[in-house]
Design a protein around this ligand. Structure first.
Ligand SMILES: Nc1nc2c(ncn2[C@@H]2O[C@H](COP(=O)(O)OP(=O)(O)OP(=O)(O)O)[C@@H](O)[C@H]2O)c(=O)[nH]1
Ligand SMILES: [Mg+2]
Length: 443
């Protein structure tokens, strides 16, 4: 019933900002001209009703979005990394897993077709040196490194509604069958639309169990919302096999079957591709034997499997349980990874319409973005600058250039970090750490 997978997703890094330009005075087109880095691609999950399993993720475990490229001289912006879109079936729930424990945190749930969630946002591109120009510093030797993408382990879980969906016209005996077979007790009555909501029941058979759902009766026009309509047709999609019930005592059972099939394919033609079985019900009623035979022959000729039952007296029910169990086994063995990722990407591109409008972005944010507001921390007598912006600028400072170092120091002062260090009691000889840099305080 439940399909699961663990995968790793990594969004793209932002590209570094560029330090460039001509420094000489009176040179035409002189001045700083380093462009910004491109943003890293995000990991986006999208639901697709044409996919039914998470099998694909048993073979593919790592998903990495493209990184942005660096900014270039001449104010050229680096190119953004492409987002990586991962398609999952409707009914998928995504949680993050922390590596040191198996604790899960719910991130997103896909309840309908075409929903999109950005689960790992790409890192932002770093600013080029042009962005650091101010009245004092006309030629900055400072830029920002690209923000790192995020790296997340996620747990995907597909919750199918049920293994078997019981469908058919109102009054066919669907609820009677579920009651006979399982612990469920849906309302049963001799009038149409007795069942108003799908009812689930667990069926135990041959030391196995499966879940059946009794779906409210379908009538002509259901695909347009007539009767109880649409809502229930969509539940049918989330079942593995269909048990189509027909009342043999009705005026035209064959026509009844065709009508329901037609309604279903008008709603979604893929549903009729699910493995299915027709249960000819109410065979206990006197005088139905001939029509049972006739309908069996006709359906078998069409390659449709049948089983004749009475949901009230229990005739044929064992046979039905055997057939359903066998079909479920065959169905689960036949599942194969349906499409390669590229095929899926192409398929989802075709269906791309309003996509980006509704994209929801899910936390967690990359660590360095979370630290943005932080400043200075004192630990074991060492002064650690935790500001992510400062760390990203530090990563681009040329340590051999006295001028770059001086500019960087002024920038730290402008950011208020020097006064924070002073307030925290820094003195000559103290160790300061900033990203990969470490130096002795001599101010
Ligand atoms: N004689 C006979 N009557 C049956 C059988 N199965 C169901 N019925 C009767 O048919 C009527 C409808 O049965 P339900 O189980 O409520 O039918 P349903 O398909 O769930 O109907 P809706 O919920 O309205 O879609 C009830 O009066 C049942 O007692 C059967 O095998 N034989
Ligand atoms: Mg019912």
């Amino acid at each position: 019933m439940i399909d699961q997978a663990k995968i790793k997703i990594i969004s793209g890094n932002g590209g570094n900002g560029c330090i460039s330009g001509r420094k000489e005075k009176y040179v035409p087109k002189g001045g700083p001209d380093g462009g910004d880095g491109g943003n890293g691609g995000s990991i986006i999950f999208k639901s697709d009703e044409n996919i039914n399993t998470l099998r694909y993720f048993q073979y593919s475990k790592n998903f990495i979005a493209e990184s942005g490229t660096e900014g270039k001289p001449g104010l050229k912006h680096g190119s953004d990394g492409k987002d990586l879109e991962i398609t999952v079936p409707v009914g998928t729930i995504i949680s993050s897993i922390t590596s040191n424990s198996d604790k899960k945190k719910h991130l997103a749930e896909f309840t309908s077709h075409d929903q999109t969630y950005v689960i790992c946002k790409g890192g932002k591109g770093g600013r080029g040196n042009t962005r650091f120009v101010n009245s004092i510093n006309q030629f900055p030797l400072l830029a920002e490194s690209g923000e790192k993408g995020s790296n997340l382990k996620v747990f995907l879980e597909l919750r199918l509604l049920a293994d078997v969906g019981i469908i058919g016209s109102p009054n066919a005996g669907k609820s009677s069958l579920l009651t006979f077979l399982s612990n469920a007790s849906p309302k049963i009555a001799d009038y149409p639309f007795t069942t108003l909501e799908p009812v689930l029941g667990v069926v135990e058979h041959l030391s196995k169990s499966f879940v059946m759902v009794d779906i409210p009766g379908l009538i002509e026009g259901a695909h347009k919302g007539i009767g109880l309509g649409h809502d229930f047709l969509k539940h049918i999609k989330r079942t593995r096999i269909l048990l189509h019930m027909v009342d043999i005592s009705g005026p035209d059972p064959l026509q009844d079957i065709d009508n329901i099939k037609e309604e279903i394919s008008l709603f979604d033609e893929n549903i009729n591709d699910k493995p299915s079985l027709v249960a000819i019900n109410k065979i206990d009623i006197e005088g139905t034997q001939d029509s049972v035979k006739k309908i069996e022959i006709e359906l078998n000729q069409r390659g449709i499997e049948t089983v004749a039952i009475s949901a009230i007296s229990g005739i044929g029910i064992n046979d039905l349980r055997d057939k359903v169990t066998e079909m479920l086994e065959v169905e689960s063995k036949s599942k194969t990874p349906r499409q390669t990722l590229t095929e899926r990407l192409n398929a989802s591109k075709k269906g791309q319409k309003k996509q980006t409008e509704e994209i929801k972005v899910i936390k967690p944010e990359p660590v360095d973005r979370r630290n943005k507001k932080d400043g200075v921390l004192v630990s074991d007598g060492e002064y650690i600058i935790t500001s992510s912006t400062a760390i990203r600028i530090a990563a681009m400072v040329n340590p051999d250039s006295w001028e770059a170092r001086t500019q960087f120091y002024s920038h730290l002062r402008k950011m208020g970090l020097i006064s924070q260090l002073e307030q925290k009691g820094i003195g000559p000889g103290s160790t300061v750490k900033l990203g990969d840099l470490e130096w002795e305080w001599d101010a």
